[in-house]
Write a new protein. Structure first.
Length: 133
């Protein structure tokens, strides 16, 4: 599974399009211009470092571009800003898993389940945890 799949293919379905750079990033994503997307989200973060959804969007773009370590950092920063957002823990768990960090993935998935035990993705998360034991 991937964070892109986790968020239904586009992050805007979860977090909305609430800044010009974010809207630009989403438009560029639709054209497959990941480097430009990453730049747009980084500009959002430069303007407002506490903008959690920009960090999430950046993480998704970095992950799609194969930059797993950078994506992990972006997701962790989003969690630092908003530690109650269960979806970020799910996305982080999947990118940690893709980066062969099973221990970190499990911890992230467990945090997700603590925050949203009845989330529609909870059964998939539980199955993933059981697979990585």
């Amino acid at each position: 599974a991937s964070a892109r799949g986790w968020f239904g293919g586009t992050v805007d379905c979860v977090y909305g399009t609430d800044s010009p750079h974010r809207r630009l990033g989403l438009a560029l994503k639709d054209n497959g211009e990941l480097v430009a997307v990453i730049g747009a989200y980084r500009e959002d973060i430069r303007i407002d470092p506490q903008y959690a959804s920009a960090h999430i969007s950046l993480g998704l773009a970095l992950q799609a571009n194969g930059e797993l370590v950078a994506a992990i950092g972006a997701y962790r920063e989003a969690i630092r800003i908003d530690p109650q957002d269960a979806n970020v823990y799910g996305a982080l768990g999947y990118v940690l898993l893709a980066n062969s960090d099973n221990v970190g993935a499990r911890a992230s998935f467990e945090a997700f389940l603590r925050l949203q035990p009845d989330h529609p993705q909870a059964p998939n998360i539980r199955s993933t945890i059981a697979e990585i034991l």
